[in-house]
Design a protein around this ligand. Structure first.
Ligand code: HEM
Length: 489
């Protein structure tokens, strides 16, 4: 008979062996930095410097390298061609979402962004079709955006050229557009409850390393207290969802099948039509998750892009001047720019592409999962790995964009002044998971930034404190808060 201590020792040795094995790189995996016993590559990546570290690993280990964390194997995909090969050519295998903190605890594997397989396909198609119905890429939506721009411009005018932080103004305007598509509702700029919701979203998406840490060390959420602020993230998610639940309930009370006003109404109609289908995926939980995603993904990303734009304009007044000259030549000042003007404003378009490139916004996209093992260049990427699309590697690839760290919109113009090379800016990612809101984001970016430059000259709020091009890394890569002056032209 074995005594207690023998069994205890055997269990401890067994656990240590499994842990040691989990932190060692298997020969079939893509290469990567050397592992440390029991830690793997945990010490090789600091969330704050992760982008530069990945650039270095790309040089050392190639376009596909792996990182071992004990709980998950991360496989980082870099380079334009390799990203296309993995996420487009092998898109049937690489378009899932992995089982990680954000998909399990935040998304509950529902919605569009955090679901996979048949559920994801059905709801991505439904959402895209419904959003198109409500104006993605259409004139009706343009009118809604311009209405919001009018408020935006009035608010800026009210500052009378004095320094202010434009962050919350942009956030409210952009989320109002998303709210009007999903709930048919917009909020006042001083609505405290709404501002607090936007603040919770901002905390979760930017300026936080928490998502990264929770992904590679999932057990930390069970540590007493909240040293990594995981519980705070989940509280923020609940707060946003409770607000959305209220809005959906209000909608249900005045629902009229003959007058579908917005995304929620169309979803409710589908829910009602599938009431007797025991296998339906159109239920209230799914509606809340999708609406939440649209609200979150549709606000912070576009708003961050516009903040980057303002920052680059402060740092590059000559670019601002050229944009304004182009706008004045084509449109003048008597009306707001419209989408029809886009083709006649190639320099403005080049500035937007350069902002999306160098601002990066979502430099590591959103992690992908795999439907099965994938053989690639003699290595095997296992089914349970976490694929990271390293979009940053393309943005700063000097073979594609010479002098990649310089802000040079001209790189997107040929000798005749026509746009070129813009397809290399993978800001919205690529393949089957490509951003669902790309069309809306592009409309918003064009209309907001051209209207802004048409009416104001942007300057640093404090001449001794020019805002830095170095941002902070969360799920989005965002500029640090800054103040600016918007002087009427
Ligand atoms: C400048 C603005 C934006 C940027 C840079 C951006 C970027 C991205 C990126 C990189 C992804 C991940 C794709 C992948 O998994 O590989 C994504 C997904 C997504 N985006 Fe955006 N996005 C922007 C605006 C928007 C807007 C306005 C909406 C709202 C309609 C939106 C909704 C979504 C959704 C729902 C997904 C998940 C798609 C899926 O998993 O199938 N995004 N976006």
């Amino acid at each position: 008979m074995f005594d207690f201590w023998t069994i205890f020792l055997a269990v401890v040795v067994g656990i240590l062996y499994i842990w040691w094995k989990n932190t060692t790189r298997d020969a079939v995996l893509p290469p990567g930095p050397p592992t440390v016993p029991f830690l793997g590559n945990l010490l090789s990546v600091n969330p704050e410097t992760v982008l530069d570290t990945f650039q270095e690993y790309r040089r050392k280990y190639g376009e596909v390298f792996s990182l071992i964390t004990g709980s998950k194997t991360l496989v980082v995909i870099s380079g334009y061609d390799t990203l296309r090969e993995i996420f487009i050519k092998h898109g049937d295998v690489t378009s899932e979402r992995p089982d990680i903190f954000i998909t399990r605890e935040v998304g509950k594997f529902k919605g569009v962004a955090t679901s996979s397989g048949a559920l994801w396909k059905e709801h991505r198609t439904f959402s895209l079709n419904t959003l198109r119905e409500f104006g993605f890429g259409k004139r009706s939506l343009e009118t809604r955006i311009i209405e919001e721009i009018e408020v935006f411009v009035q608010e800026i005018q009210s500052k009378k050229g004095e320094p202010f932080n434009i962050h919350s103004l942009i956030n409210v305007c952009i989320s109002n557009i998303m709210c009007s598509i999903t709930f048919g509702k917009r909020y006042d700029h001083d609505d405290k409850k709404f501002l607090s919701l936007l603040n919770s979203i901002n905390q979760n998406l930017s300026n936080e390393n928490v998502m990264f840490v929770a992904t590679v060390l999932p057990f930390i959420r069970y540590i007493p207290g909240d040293p990594f602020r995981i519980k705070k993230v989940l509280r923020n998610v609940d707060k946003v969802e409770n607000h959305l639940r209220q809005l959906v309930e209000e909608h249900e009370q005045i629902y009229d099948e003959n007058n579908l006003r917005d995304y929620v109404d169309v979803f409710l109609k589908k829910m009602k039509s599938e009431r007797n289908n025991p296998n339906t995926t159109f239920d209230e939980d799914q509606l809340l998750k999708i609406v939440g995603e649209l609200f979150v993904a549709g606000t912070e990303t576009t708003s961050t892009a516009i903040r980057w734009f303002c920052l680059f304009m402060i740092r590059h007044p000559e670019v601002q001047e050229k944009m304004r000259n182009e706008i004045n030549d084509v449109i003048g000042t008597s009306r707001f720019p419209s989408l029809e003007d886009k083709q006649n404003l190639p320099y403005c378009e080049a500035v937007i592409h350069e902002t999306l490139r160098i601002g990066t916004i979502a430099p590591l996209s959103v992690p992908h999962g795999l439907a099965s093992d994938l053989k690639f260049n003699g290595f095997t990427i296992p089914k349970d790995a976490l694929l990271i699309p390293n979009l940053y590697s393309v943005f700063f690839d000097e073979k594609i964009f010479p002098d990649p760290y310089d802000f040079k919109p001209e790189r997107f113009l040929d000798e005749k002044g026509n746009l070129k090379n813009t397809d290399k800016v993978l800001a919205f990612s690529l393949g089957r998971r490509v951003c669902l809101g790309e069309a809306l984001a592009r409309m918003e970016l064009f209309l907001f930034v051209t209207s802004l430059i048409q009416r104001f000259t942007l300057e640093a709020g404090d001449i001794k404190n020019i805002p830095s091009e170095k941002g902070t890394m969360g799920i989005t890569y965002a500029p640090k808060d800054f103040v600016l002056k918007a002087v009427p032209t």
